[in-house]
Design a protein around this ligand. Structure first.
Ligand SMILES: Cc1cc2nc3c(=O)[nH]c(=O)nc-3n(C[C@H](O)[C@H](O)[C@H](O)COP(=O)(O)OP(=O)(O)OC[C@H]3O[C@@H](n4cnc5c(N)ncnc54)[C@H](O)[C@@H]3O)c2cc1C
Length: 406
C-alpha cells in the first residue's frame, strides 16, 4: 500500500517536529520553506521545559546534544536594580537554533525544500496539489500549515483570522559572555532575571554559545525587553532607510540605526545601571512586534494548522517552541491512530484547541499591564499579578500554573 503523503509549509521548529514525527510513522513528507539557507544563524533564546525534552526524546535526540544552560531559580529586580524576590525552580535555557538544528539534522535532506515559497493549493478527490511561487507542485493527502503567525495556509482556509497587535514590542539581543563586564557576570549573568521598570519589563538569561558551548566564558546572555510602541511608532520602526514599511517585522540588517540608538538611550534612562550592558553590548539586536493570534479551528478538511500558524501566545509564557512540538505530535499521533483523515483531524483539533486558548489567555494576562500603559502590573489588582507571582508563572506552560495552583 502506498504511504500517505504530507506537505508541510514552513521548515522552522513546528514544521520540522511534524515532519520528523510523520516520517517515523511511515508518511512521505515534503517540507517547503521560504528561506533558501538554514535558519540557524537567526534566533535568540528559549526556555526549555521538561516537556520539550520529552518531545525530543521521542525522536531520539541525545540529551545534551541540543544544548541548554541550567539555572536554579528566577530573580525579580526592581527599577533600582535591587533584588526584590526569588523563586527556586530548576530549569534550562538554550539558544533557539540548538533545537532547530537538532530537528533539521534528523529530517531527510532531499525532502526539505528551502527557497520554496507556498503560493496556493487546490483539492480534488481528497488529494491536494500545493503550488510554490516558482511553479513547482507537490501532491498531498494532508497539508500542514506550519508557516508561522502570518501563515499563508491560514490565509486560505481561515482568512478572517489576522494577527492583532498588542501595542508593544519586544527588543531582543544577545551578548557573548566574554564581552560582559566582570560585575555583570558576577551579579546578573547566572540569573533568570525579571526586571520590572515603569511600564515595561525585561527578561534576561544565559544561553549556549554560538557553537552550542555551555562552558563558562563561551556562553551568551540574551535579553527580551517588552516596551510600549504605538501603531505609528511601530510603523516607523518597521520602515527601512529606503522608506519601505515591512508589515509585521523587519530584518535586523534593514532596521534604521536610529532605532537601535533609541533603544540604547532608553536603556540608559529607564534601566538600573547593573542591567545596561545587556542592551548596550548586544551584538544582535532584533525587534519583535507582539501579536496575538486567536483561533476557533485547527483543522479544515485535510488541512491542519500547527504552531504559530494556529495560535500565537505572547512570549511571556515562553512556550512557542514547546506548543509547536506538542501540536505536531498530537497531529502525527492522530493521523497514525485514526482510521480516516477526517477522524484524525477532528481528534487533533479537539485535543489542541483548548491548549492553544489557554496559552493565549495566560500570555494576554501577563502582558496586559504593558498593553494598557500601566506603570506596574500591580496597579490593577484584578490582573492578579503581584511581582512574586509573575516570576512563578511566566516562562512556563500554563498547565504547570494550573496544576500547581500558582
Ligand atoms: C529564524 C527564526 C528564529 C526564531 N527565534 C526564536 C527565539 O529566539 N526565541 C523564540 O522564543 N522564538 C523564536 N522563533 C519563533 C518560534 O520558532 C515560534 O514562535 C514557535 O516555535 C513556533 O514555531 P513555528 O514553526 O510554528 O513558526 P515559525 O518559527 O515562525 O516558523 C514559520 C516558518 O514558516 C516559513 N514560511 C512562512 N511563510 C512561508 C511560505 N509562504 N512558504 C514556505 N515557508 C513559509 C518561515 O520562513 C518560517 O521558517 C524563531 C522563529 C524563526 C523562524
Amino acid at each position: 500500500m502506498q504511504n500517505k503523503r504530507a506537505v508541510i509549509v514552513g521548515g522552522s521548529v513546528g514544521g520540522l517536529f511534524a515532519g520528523n514525527y510523520l516520517c517515523r510513522r511511515n508518511w512521505d513528507v515534503e517540507i517547503l520553506e521560504t528561506a533558501p539557507e538554514s535558519l540557524a544563524s537567526r534566533g535568540q533564546g528559549i526556555a526549555r521545559h521538561a516537556e520539550l525534552e520529552d518531545l525530543l526524546d521521542l525522536l531520539d535526540v541525545p540529551r545534551g546534544m541540543s544544548g541548554g544552560i541550567d539555572v536554579s531559580g528566577r530573580t525579580a529586580f526592581d527599577r533600582t536594580g535591587a533584588i526584590i524576590s526569588q523563586f527556586e525552580l530548576d530549569q534550562q535555557l538554550c539558544a533557539w537554533n540548538q533545537v532547530y538544528l537538532s530537528l533539521l539534522d534528523l529530517f531527510p535532506r532531499a525532502q526539505y525544500h528551502g527557497g520554496n515559497i507556498f503560493a496556493g493549493m487546490e483539492t480534488t478527490g481528497g488529494v491536494t496539489t500545493v503550488r510554490t511561487t516558482e511553479g513547482r507542485t507537490f501532491e498531498a493527502d494532508v497539508v500542514i500549515g506550519a508557516d508561522g503567525f502570518r501563515s499563508g495556509v491560514r490565509q486560505i482556509v481561515a482568512p478572517e483570522i489576522q494577527p492583532e497587535y498588542a501595542g508593544y514590542v519586544a527588543w531582543r539581543g544577545t551578548t557573548p559572555e566574554s564581552d560582559l563586564s566582570e560585575t555583570f557576570r558576577v551579579d546578573i549573568f547566572s540569573h533568570y532575571a525579571f526586571l520590572f521598570m515603569s511600564g515595561s519589563q525585561l527578561i534576561g538569561y544565559p544561553i549556549d554559545g554560538p557553537d552550542g558551548s555551555q562552558l563558562p566564558g563561551e556562553r551568551r546572555y540574551t535579553y527580551l525587553w517588552y516596551h510600549p510602541a504605538s501603531e505609528e511608532k511601530l510603523a516607523d520602526i518597521l520602515t527601512d532607510a529606503s522608506g519601505k514599511t515591512h508589515e509585521y517585522g523587519i530584518a535586523p540588517h534593514l532596521m534604521r540605526p536610529e532605532h537601535l540608538k533609541t533603544v540604547r538611550e532608553n536603556a540608559r534612562r529607564e534601566m538600573p545601571a547593573n542591567f545596561h550592558e545587556a542592551v548596550m553590548r548586544a551584538e544582535s539586536t532584533t525587534v519583535q512586534p507582539i501579536y496575538d493570534v486567536d483561533n476557533d479551528h485547527l483543522a479544515f478538511g485535510n488541512v491542519a494548522l500547527i504552531g504559530d500558524a494556529a495560535f500565537v501566545a505572547r512570549p511571556h509564557v515562553g512556550v512557542g517552541v514547546l506548543k509547536a512540538g506538542q501540536d505536531a505530535l498530537a497531529l502525527a499521533n492522530a493521523l497514525a491512530d485514526c482510521d480516516s483523515i477526517p477522524e484524525a483531524m477532528a481528534r487533533y483539533e479537539a485535543e489542541r484547541l483548548p491548549a492553544g486558548k489557554r496559552a493565549l489567555n495566560h500570555a494576554r494576562n501577563l502582558g496586559a499591564f504593558i498593553q494598557r500603559g500601566l506603570d506596574s502590573p500591580t496597579d490593577d489588582p484584578s490582573l492578579n499579578l503581584p511581582l512574586e507571582r509573575i516570576i512563578r508563572v511566566s516562562g512556563r506552560p500554563v498547565e504547570h500554573v494550573i496544576e500547581q495552583g500558582l
